[in-house]
Design a protein around this ligand. Structure first.
Ligand code: PLP
Ligand code: COI
Length: 340
């Protein structure tokens, strides 16, 4: 295992030894290639550079108490990547080849999978970029699929400690019928300015509203939003929300804990009624929220009055982590144990 300060890892990029590459040419994907290069050499007219023809995924591998490495729900990421490809006319990566590539990337860099008790994980980042040259606005005919891995700590520096969030009306991350529901680079470029402004005002991130009416809750930065009240787990539905695999898992776990689950439009005013709220995603895991500030109205919604995550968020967090780290039986078949 590498000599890294695992316990203090931020959510950032750290070099590892290998990445996996696969090229799409003449209408088909080639063999998986192992690379130790940190750069890609692409054409100056590649569609990813000019027209943002790019999609990506994010998932994690965990070092477990039994010495095995587990990957969480990778098939869901593979399928979501196909949906993203369909949305911006990228070549689709077959699920099996995606699986082979991410497993290879993890195994080749297994010295970088953080130890069990560090709370950190190996973040797996597959991308597909249009590499073929075009200058008219059209999809490329050549693509590169690449998987890099990097060890990460929690996305928010607060970890599982509650964060402050700001409602953004000034900017949207995606259009009502646009690309919000798929994981394409443009959505993240579109969110940078609003996040930057929120950070400058001292907030950890932005709570976006639905881009059509600006009346309903959408996403919380690069994570889904959830609220809890009356033994019910409530998460916004909107066409511009990315369907989060973490959120889907939490819905299943909440149901298993005897809670009701609702995925529906959530008006802003409902924020007043929640007992607990949080952001969830692969990177964020669960990030409890203690304050939501509406920058336009000056209204503040407060939670976690004792400064700690609420009981249900804590229970969901512990349950999810226990499954990911192999401490609890994987009854939902979410986990792949790597053959080493
Ligand atoms: N929403 C956005 C915009 C994201 O970027 C992510 C991260 O992938 C999520 C939600 C959470 O999705 P998942 O739980 O599949 O990581
Ligand atoms: C994730 O949660 O995996 C993300 O992709 C969020 C962000 C780092 C883009």
């Amino acid at each position: 295992m590498k000599n890294i300060d695992w316990k203090n890892l931020p959510f950032g990029y750290l070099d590892t030894d290998y990445n996996i590459r696969c090229y799409y040419k003449n209408g088909k994907w080639g063999e998986l290639e192992i690379s130790s290069a940190k750069h890609v050499d692409i054409h100056i007219a590649a569609t990813c550079l000019h027209y943002g023809q790019e999609c990506f995924e994010g998932l994690k591998a965990f070092n477990c108490k039994d010495g095995k490495i587990r990957i969480f729900r990778w098939e869901d990421n593979a399928r979501r990547m196909q949906t993203s490809s369909q949305g911006i006319l990228l070549a689709e990566m077959p699920v099996e080849l995606f699986g082979e590539a991410i497993k290879k990337a993890v195994l080749l860099n297994k010295e970088y999978v953080p130890p069990y008790d560090s709370g950190a994980a190996l973040y797996i980042r597959p991308i597909i970029i249009g590499t073929g040259p075009e200058i008219g606005v059209k999809p490329a005919i050549e693509y590169l699929f690449l998987v890099l891995v990097t060890p990460v700590g929690p996305y928010f520096k607060e970890g599982f400690n509650p964060v402050n969030i700001m409602i953004s009306r000034k900017y949207d991350r995606a259009a009502p019928e646009g690309t919000g529901h798929i994981k394409v680079g443009g959505n993240y470029a579109g969110s940078l300015l609003s996040m930057h402004e929120a950070h400058k005002k001292g907030f950890a991130n932005v709570l976006f509203l639905d881009p059509r009416a600006k009346k309903y809750l959408d996403e919380c930065g690069p994570a889904n939003f959830f609220g809890i009240k009356d033994n019910t787990y409530i998460t916004p539905y909107s066409k511009s929300i990315l369907p989060s695999i973490t959120n889907k898992s939490l819905m299943t776990l909440a149901e298993g804990m005897g809670m009701k689950v609702e995925r529906r439009v959530v008006p802003i005013d409902e924020l007043e009624t929640f007992e607990e709220v949080g952001a969830c995603g692969t990177a964020a895991i669960i990030s409890p929220i203690k304050l939501i500030f509406d920058d336009d109205t000056g209204k503040a919604y407060e939670y976690c009055k004792d400064g700690k995550a609420g009981p249900i968020s804590s229970k969901l967090y512990n349950k999810l982590r226990a499954i990911q780290y192999g401490d609890e039986p994987d009854v939902h078949k979410w986990v792949t144990v790597l053959e080493m």
